[in-house]
Ligand binder design. Structure first.
Ligand SMILES: [Zn+2]
Length: 145
């Protein structure tokens, strides 16, 4: 799902590694939530801005993988990133919000509508396939009678 969304936006599927380096650079080598600078004692971990679960539908894709420090990564859980930044960045929250918004714009991460469309499309396709199977079966049964 994530790599399909990357390809739709004409990007190579997000794979971490040098892709994560690019993402870290975007955030100036700092945690996107609290703003701490990464270094030997403060390693960067990949965090999902929108959590990857059935309810939140975040993707492992460009624009949703952000650099976080370990404490932020451990504490965020399902918190909304806007609220979490306010909690973690204090008076720098406005600046961190702006950076994340710029990141989402740069990588055009806005899959909620797309996902809804895909789900609707799938439902329609599965629906028509199911109807075809059902009518084929009914026809076969009738032919037997
Ligand atoms: Zn942090």
């Amino acid at each position: 799902m994530g790599s399909a969304y990357d390809e739709e936006r004409e990007r190579p599927p997000y794979k971490g590694g040098r892709h994560f380096e690019e993402v870290k650079d975007f955030f100036g080598g700092r945690c996107c939530y609290c703003g701490i600078a990464f270094g030997r004692t403060t390693p960067a971990v990949q965090d999902h801005l929108i959590p990857m679960n059935k309810a939140d539908l975040g993707l492992h894709a460009w624009g949703n993988v952000v650099p976080a420090c370990q404490p932020c990564n451990a504490k965020k859980q399902r918190a909304d990133w806007r609220d979490f930044i306010i909690e973690r960045a204090g008076s720098d929250a406005g600046e961190r919000h702006a950076r994340v918004k710029a990141f989402l714009e740069q990588y055009r991460y806005q899959p909620s509508f797309d996902l809804r469309d895909v789900a609707e499309e799938l439902y329609e396709e599965v629906g028509s396939i199911a109807m075809t199977l059902i009518s084929t079966k009914i026809k076969r049964l009738r032919d037997k009678l």
